[in-house]
Design a protein around this ligand. Structure first.
Ligand SMILES: NC(=O)c1ccc[n+]([C@@H]2O[C@H](COP(=O)([O-])OP(=O)(O)OC[C@H]3O[C@@H](n4cnc5c(N)ncnc54)[C@H](OP(=O)(O)O)[C@@H]3O)[C@@H](O)[C@H]2O)c1
Length: 296
């Protein structure tokens, strides 16, 4: 029987990749994408009513207020969208008896562990964004039976501004780049993540899963790889500390995710981040540096 899959946040960076992956990998299902124009998840009644009319079988909730520094100065909005908004979606999904998939973040951890984080490790977010997303996780667990929560990190992709487009933009404008070298994680390509989300849906996976490209690096190492693969390795790059950069939100110095559970339950391991980056830069060479060229 044809199922209805609803993606909320369908026009974001991950959302656009996810829509096309779901459309091609689940051809017998109807894939519907909503974003802020169709539904404002901050509004409980609208969210419940709109989902009630559509009656989806699966709700993939990836909408969020993702500006990590912006969340620090606007805590109210961070919690209204990422926590309360998620509660509204969870409530609506439960009323429709829909399965729910929620995207969360490595920023639920504080980085003190210094070895890859397991799904069972206790979260302890350092910033408002992490706290609001963790609250979202808790609402999903509280309201939806057998929900799937996927924690991921350091996303970049074809659609939307991200670290890769920002480095290439800065490389065109500046003579020297300063990049943070005291945060360790795994850059993750949205096209790879989207495929895993589709597989996890097909496996009817439940509970928390960590999903990221394999291998780890700092933003500085990642930045150097971007420049090298783009033929700009002559650019001078200076490693700096997070303190030197002085961003409003504190980030964990180590937030590598252990993805062994994914491997054990589905057989999947994501390729190393360096391979994914090469693929991304080769595939999107013409549009790189113009992240809004796809209409956003
Ligand atoms: N980016 C990362 O590095 C990263 C890392 C870990 C986890 N995640 C999680 O992965 C998911 C996707 O991230 P992303 O980077 O693809 O995000 P994104 O590009 O910022 O997309 C999020 C989408 O949600 C929409 N949205 C915001 N507020 C909304 C509201 N009240 N109602 C309905 N839609 C709303 C946004 O619309 P506007 O653009 O108009 O606001 C946007 O289209 C998020 O849940 C995020 O927390 C991201």
């Amino acid at each position: 029987m044809k199922r209805i899959l609803l993606v909320i946040g369908a026009k974001g960076m991950l959302g656009r990749d996810l829509m096309s992956v779901l459309q091609s990998s689940l051809p017998n299902d109807e894939i519907i994408g909503w974003d802020i124009e169709e539904i404002d998840i901050q509004k409980e009644e609208d969210t419940v009513t709109n989902l009630g009319k559509l009656r989806p079988d699966i709700v993939v909730h990836i909408a969020a207020y993702t500006d990590v520094d912006g969340c620090e100065s606007d805590e109210e909005k961070a919690f209204a969208v990422n926590a309360e908004g998620t509660k509204h979606v969870a409530l609506a999904a439960t009323r429709c008896q829909a399965k729910m998939v929620y995207l969360s973040t490595d920023y639920v951890f504080d980085g003190n562990k210094r070895e890859p984080y397991l799904e069972s490790d206790s979260p302890h977010p350092l910033n408002v964004y992490g706290r609001s997303k963790l609250k979202g996780e808790q609402y999903v667990q509280e309201w939806v039976k057998d929900a799937l929560i996927i924690r991921t990190q350091w996303l970049y992709g074809r659609y939307g501004k991200n670290f890769v487009t920002s480095i290439l933009q800065q490389a065109r404008e500046k003579r020297v780049l300063s990049i943070v070298n005291d945060q360790i994680g795994s850059p993750t390509y949205t096209a790879d993540l989207a495929k895993v989300i589709s597989v996890l849906i097909q496996f009817n996976a439940q509970g928390i899963f960590h999903v990221a490209n394999s291998d780890l690096c700092t933003w500085y190492i990642f930045g150097q790889a971007i420049l090298k693969l783009s033929g700009m390795d002559k650019m001078r790059v200076i490693p700096i500390s997070s303190k030197d950069l002085g961003r409003p939100a504190v980030r964990p110095s180590y937030s590598v995710l252990n993805c062994q559970k994914l491997k054990k339950e589905t057989g999947l391991t994501l390729r190393p981040w360096s391979e994914a980056l090469k693929d991304y830069l080769t595939t999107h060479r013409l549009t790189i540096g113009r992240p809004d060229s796809q209409g956003r």
